[in-house]
Ligand binder design. Sequence first.
Ligand SMILES: C[S@@+](CC[C@H](N)C(=O)[O-])C[C@H]1O[C@@H](n2cnc3c(N)ncnc32)[C@H](O)[C@@H]1O
Length: 254
Amino acid sequence: MTIEIFLVGVGTGNPRHITLQAVKQLKSADILIIPRKDNNKSDLANLRHQICKELLGDECPPLFEFDLPPRNNEKTYLESVDEWHDAIAEIWTDCIENAQKALKRRLNSVGLLIWGDPSLYDSSLRITKRLKPSTHVTIIPGITSFQALTAAHKITVNEIGQPFIITTGRQIANFGFPEGINTAIIMLDGNCTFKTLEQKKYHIWWGAYLGMEHEILIEGRLAEVSDMIIKARKNAREIHGWIMDTYMLRKKYS
Ligand SMILES: C[S@@+](CC[C@H](N)C(=O)[O-])C[C@H]1O[C@@H](n2cnc3c(N)ncnc32)[C@H](O)[C@@H]1O
């Protein structure tokens, strides 16, 4: 018997990011499984609950929560991520089995609310493929954080006819700014890696909590705004207990 898994992109923090297609798909699931509140990121867990309440209302399928396991950082990055995905797959399987027992019926479909878009720096699809028994997946696209960034700053991501790259803070830290390209979107950067670059050459468009009520935007020549971003990031993190930020860098000055 195959179980249907719905990976539904829900945007980056604003319930109004969600498409009609996403709402319809979530409502059609037998259950929704969502990560349990983590103290540091309670706003994010609350947001999933808020989305379910506001947008699914009476048609919200039963919600079941699961705990995300910690990642073992003693191994190489890829090994630790691989083990982590196995552990999450087991937790999802248990969560689905417990839901079947609690509801006293066989479940045919399970929905997950995926932050941003499921295709971008999100492992849910990889984890789904590790589930047993076999699964059939439906993916509903969502607004990604970089779209929320470019819309908030009113910019296009590409220069006319030019390519761009999406990468992580870790890649920039290890290999520098990508060769042969002028524009990079950087995600998953907890270390303000832009400070390691030759700052006078770049322009930055930075955004934190994009789409959310305490969204912060800073833009300017990197050499001039770098310290301001580092301070704003630190302050906001202290106030809210967590932060998610994304930025676009363009090599613009020689
Ligand atoms: C695990 S990735 C998930 C990305 C997500 N799938 C997407 O489409 O945006 C998490 C990273 O996305 C970015 N991000 C997600 N939501 C954000 C938000 N509301 N504001 C700023 N950056 C965000 C941050 O760079 C964060 O480190």
